[in-house]
Design a protein around this ligand. Structure first.
Ligand code: SF4
Length: 389
């Protein structure tokens, strides 16, 4: 396969050989992949790695989940520059739902047959550990079938500081109340200089990684993210991935890596200076698939990428389209123009028309149903790429 993928004198030939042999890529390899102009080869290599990681019979599987997002509060004591939650206009509109209101919203999702609630919110002193225990208990009492994926490492750190408890004590109490797994948000970019420029005071890399490590030790699965478009360099992105890979070697509970991009509405960041191109976003997906050799899944988060680019990202190493979502608030507060939700049928159509097999999963990647909608024939990657980039 190596021979047919690139010629002997191709600039990436040694990296291609490493991937074919299943060897781990170095920091320098990852930087070269990012800096290569041959996007097509990087994509094909990631596609190869994706199919190999999927295992026999699942090479074309692309996963999605029937879920909803719940954001019980959009008030946040932090002031990260890239976050619309922190701007004065959003602050004026800030809401904090009662436990009953959260339960009512969950009921709307339950009526649609969702399997998962993805619940995250701002850092709000009114939403303390007791409040979240009550929320989890109330939802699990009424809808025991729904998996609660909730609380970023940032929220766990905040609750621990608010209550004077350890991260482990907070997680143990939330697990007892019904927490099923953790999302990956809040990692942003681990590099301290970028974080300083972006006024990110919360959860530095060692804390983020420690909290996920504790969660894994307690039996929770979790995800990990990386935010781009906030003045980071290629080297910052690679170092971010390497720290995650190292943590995964130790604790093993990450399921999925999710590259995210900044949306700028309501922030003072200049998109014309920092906004990633479509090529940049496809590289994030492809390079993460190749570097994070111990992460089973890479997500094409359609809410952020937009539907067309998310479809193309499936041929760049992603094997998950996230979920039907219900109503997404965070990215849309910052100007995302993607739809607020996608019906299951539409999600399956998007996956199959990209040449892949739609598979409905639960939160921890048990297969719920392999769709009867088979993968459709698609034009060669080069042609599909030319339409978008
Ligand atoms: S990114 Fe998170 S911590 Fe920062 S202001 Fe927004 S909600 Fe708060």
């Amino acid at each position: 396969m190596s021979d047919c993928l690139v010629s002997e004198n191709h600039e990436l030939k040694d990296i291609v050989d490493k991937v074919m042999k299943g060897e781990r890529l170095s920091r320098q390899d990852a930087i070269r992949l990012y800096k290569s102009d041959d996007l097509l080869t990087v994509g094909r290599l990631a596609e190869y790695a994706r199919a190999r990681a999927a295992g026999a019979g699942k090479e074309k599987h692309v996963y999605y989940i029937h879920n909803m997002h719940l954001n019980p509060t959009n008030f946040c004591v932090e002031t990260c520059r890239f976050c619309s939650y922190a701007n004065p206009v959003e602050r004026e509109k800030a809401y904090t739902w009662s436990v009953d209101r959260v339960l009512q919203e969950a009921g709307r999702g339950a009526a649609l047959g969702i399997n998962e609630i993805h619940m995250v919110g701002g850092l709000n002193p009114a939403c303390d550990l007791n409040y979240y225990e009550e929320v989890l208990q109330a939802i699990k009492a009424d809808y025991p079938q729904i998996h609660m994926k909730a609380f970023t490492a940032v929220e766990i750190e905040y609750l621990a500081n608010l209550e004077g408890l350890s991260y482990e004590e907070v997680l143990q109490r939330l697990i007892k109340a019904g927490l099923g797994s953790m999302p990956g948000g809040g990692a942003e970019i681990f590099d301290e200089e970028v974080r300083e420029r972006m006024a990110v005071k919360k959860t530095p890399a060692p804390v983020y990684l420690e909290i996920h490590g504790i969660a894994h030790k307690l039996g929770l699965k979790s995800n990990a993210t990386m935010l781009t478009g906030i003045s980071e360099t290629v080297e910052n992105k690679v170092d971010h991935m390497l720290l995650l890979r190292e943590q995964q070697d130790k604790s093993g509970g990450f399921q999925c890596f999710i590259p995210l991009k900044c949306y700028y509405e309501g922030t003072d960041i200049e998109p014309e200076v920092h906004e990633p191109t479509a090529q940049d976003l496809l590289k994030d997906v492809a390079v993460s698939r190749l570097v994070l050799d111990n992460f089973p899944h890479i997500k094409a988060y359609w809410i952020q990428l937009g539907v067309e680019l998310a479809q193309l990202a499936l041929s760049f190493g992603a094997d998950d389209m996230d979920g039907t979502i219900g109503e997404e608030k965070i990215t849309h507060a910052a100007g995302a123009k993607t739809p607020l939700q996608l019906a299951k049928e539409r999600m399956e159509e998007l996956i199959s028309s990209s040449g892949y097999q739609p598979v409905e999963r639960d939160t921890i990647y048990n297969i719920k149903a392999v769709s009867s909608t088979a993968p459709k024939a698609v034009p060669p990657l080069q042609e599909r790429l030319a339409v978008i980039v």
